[in-house]
Design a protein around this ligand. Structure first.
Ligand SMILES: Cc1cc2nc3c(=O)[nH]c(=O)nc-3n(C[C@H](O)[C@H](O)[C@H](O)COP(=O)(O)OP(=O)(O)OC[C@H]3O[C@@H](n4cnc5c(N)ncnc54)[C@H](O)[C@@H]3O)c2cc1C
Length: 402
């Protein structure tokens, strides 16, 4: 019998195991991951940015856990010899309508404790000589790392601490009783006192398997990237972001220097008809049915169909994608970009059509569910793990179900 069975070997599941083990080295922990390696989905397919926390409403979990989490992530990298860089980023308003929102972002950043500041045209030209804009913020706290690398190091540490990790273990069913739960995979059964669901794109289904009956649904939004060819890498020094559309939780296509030196442009945010579908034409009947029969989806589509079509058009047309990028760097051309990998965001959607804005963790009997952990959850992962660990330690010590 394990004390904790964690479903999902992404950065949130691994960080949760790490946090529990730090608090109670004697806990018997099993992580079940359906793929053959860690970080196979969101964790290994993201922009690799250590977010500062500037975008998030002061007081929200995202603001709190990203600001603390970025500091923790950097310390973790230092402690474990993981390559990272705190290179800072610029957020650029490219037309005058964006100026008021740039002010709001600056205010949010200050409230979230960041050293964000407006920079002059000269400083912008010094930091990013190929960018044009009306005004810009500089956020020194932002950085870059490979979260796949972080996940791999976490796996090594967890194994050192005696955590068992079962790869190729697809969790198919979970049944909970008074004192424990039974988890069924394609070929094994395991017993645990508590189950922690860190299943990312599948987390709503896993939650409902346990009877938690969550009302939201995961709607997958694919983020597609291009990579800048080597000869044009000089167009970008570090991280260059536009002012995001305040009605969406996505940041708008931007330029990212990855920790391996490559420069990525993107990601967009296109509805995906397959939860783990990484090509433009990926389709899965069950996933598509799940999204299209959910009332929240149609309410969201009713409100934002124009943006949805715009995103789809930009996904199918490279020239449209480049047009968006040219707002930031007018010199960028279609021939400078080659298609790169993509990732799919697990975004929770409410029945009323509203996107769940903040991180969401639900506690239900002997089960805990990370229901909404999109960006910046990789940055915040060590803090998310701590929150869950604190909760379960408290409840475990009183001997009652969580
Ligand atoms: C395009 C994109 C860009 C992003 N950029 C950033 C960024 O720059 N900075 C940042 O902080 N965040 C970023 N994010 C968000 C970040 O990647 C995620 O918030 C984070 O990785 C979530 O981690 P996770 O462990 O919850 O999910 P995942 O990494 O998706 O892990 C979930 C795991 O659960 C496993 N699983 C699912 N179902 C089962 C089952 N039934 N049985 C067994 N295993 C199962 C999956 O195989 C998977 O490995 C980005 C995300 C995307 C998609």
């Amino acid at each position: 019998m394990y004390n904790f069975i964690i479903v999902g070997g992404g950065i949130v599941g691994l960080s949760t195991a790490y946090a529990i083990k730090k608090r109670n080295p004697a806990s018997a922990i099993l992580i079940l991951e359906k793929e053959s390696h860690p970080a196979a989905h969101q964790t290994g397919r993201n922009s690799g940015v250590i977010h500062s926390g500037i975008y998030y409403k002061p007081g929200s979990k995202k603001a709190e856990l990203a600001t603390r989490g970025s500091v923790r992530m950097i310390q973790f990298c230092k402690d474990h010899g993981i390559k990272y860089e705190q290179c800072g980023k610029v957020i650029v308003a490219t037309n005058k309508d964006e100026l008021p929102y740039l002010d709001i972002l600056q205010e949010r950043g200050i409230q979230n404790g960041l050293n964000v500041r407006k920079i002059t045209e000269e400083e912008l030209a010094e930091r990013e000589p190929h960018v044009t804009g009306k005004a810009a913020l500089y956020v020194p706290e932002a950085g870059i790392v490979s979260y796949k690398n972080v996940a791999e190091v976490l796996v090594d540490r967890l194994k050192d601490y005696g955590v068992e990790i079962g790869f190729n273990q697809y969790v198919k069913g979970i049944k909970c009783g008074e004192t424990s739960c039974e988890v069924r995979t394609q070929n094994c059964r395991f017993k645990g006192r508590y189950i922690i669901n860190c299943g990312g794109l599948q987390s709503d289904r896993i939650a409902n398997e346990t009877g938690a009956n969550v009302q939201h649904r995961i709607v997958p939004f694919r983020g597609e990237y291009y990579e800048i060819v080597d000869e044009r890498r000089h167009l970008v020094n570090n991280l260059i972001y536009p002012v995001p559309n305040p009605s969406f939780p996505f940041l708008g296509v931007h330029f990212t220097r990855m920790i391996d030196g490559s420069i990525h442009a993107g990601p967009n945010a296109v509805l995906s008809l397959k939860r783990e579908g990484y090509s433009k034409y990926s389709f899965d009947f069950v996933d598509a049915w799940s999204a299209l029969t959910y009332p929240g989806f149609w309410k969201l589509a009713g409100k934002h169909w124009r943006e949805g079509f715009r995103e789809l058009h930009r996904s199918l047309s490279k020239s449209q994608f480049v047009k968006s990028l040219q707002k930031l760097i007018p010199e960028i051309r279609e021939e400078d970009l080659v298609p790169s990998n993509s990732g799919v965001r697990a975004q929770a959607l409410n029945r009323d059509g509203s996107l769940v804005d903040d991180f969401l963790i639900k506690y239900h009997g002997r089960t805990i569910h990370v229901c909404n952990a999109p960006s910046p959850a990789a940055t915040a992962s060590l803090e998310i793990g701590d929150q869950i660990a604190d909760y379960v330690m408290k409840h475990q010590s009183t001997g009652v179900a969580v």
